[in-house]
Design a protein around this ligand. Sequence first.
Ligand code: AP5
Ligand code: MG
Length: 213
Amino acid sequence: MQNIILLAPPAAGKGTLANYLCEKFGYVSISTGDLLREEAKKNKELEKLMHSGKLIDDNIVFELLKAKLNKLGNTPYILDGFPRTESQAVMYGELIQNMSKKLGVVIYLDVDKNELKTRVTTRLICPNCKATYSIREKRLAPKKDFVCDKCESKLIQREDDKEEIFDKRYEEYLTSTSPLIDYYDSKGVLVKISDTDMSLVFEKVSSLVNNND
Ligand code: AP5
Ligand code: MG
C-alpha cells in the first residue's frame, strides 16, 4: 500500500476518509490538527492561535510529525492536514528521503466553499477518541444523539468550527495550502477527486489504493 497525503480545504472530509481507509486497509493516520489540539491543551498561546483559524509555525508542526513518523516503522500511513505550506512540503520531502520512505499518492479533495461551510457547522467531534460525526449527513451521524459510537463520550463542537473562523481557515488554505496542488501535480503524484457523495469518494479512493498494491 502506498502512503497517502490528503490535501484539501477545511471540512472537506480528510479525517472521515482517513478513518475509513484505516478501518478498511489498516493504514495509520496522522492528523497534524489532532496532534496540535493535544499540544494546545498544555499551551494556551497555541490554543488561542488555533481557535483563531491561523496556521501554526512550520517548525512546530514538523517536529510533531517527525516524532510520530519515527515511531511508525514500515506501516503505510496517511497524512491528514500535512503538509500545508510549500516549506512543510520541502521539509517533508527531505525527511522521507533520509528515512527511505516513499511519498506515495497525494489525494486532493476538491469541495465547494458553500458545502464546506455547511459541513463545518454541522460537525460534531469526540474530544476523547477524535471520531468525527455529521448531524446533517445521516450516514455519518452518531447512533445516539451527542454520544460517541466508539467510546460513548459526549460529543462537542470544535472551537474553530464557527462560521467566521471557518472563513479565516479557508483564506489560510487558499493562500498557503492551495499552491501545493500544482506543486504535487508537477511531480505526477496528484489525484483530484471532485465528487462530494461520500460513497463515491470512498469507492474511488479504495480502487486507487487497490490498484497500487
Ligand atoms: P485540522 O484539524 O487539520 O482542520 P482542517 O484542515 O480545517 O480540516 P478539518 O478537520 O476541519 O476537516 P476535515 O477535512 O478533516 O473534514 P472531516 O472529515 O472532519 O487543522 C486545524 C488547525 O490546526 C488549523 O487551522 C491550524 O491552526 C492547525 N494545523 C493543522 N495542521 C497544520 C499544519 N500542517 N501546519 C500548520 N497548522 C496546522 O469532515 C467534515 C464534516 O463533514 C464532518 O461532519 C463529516 O462527518 C462530514 N463529511 C465528511 N465527508 C463528507 C461527505 N462526503 N459528504 C457529506 N458530509 C461529509
Ligand atoms: Mg480533520
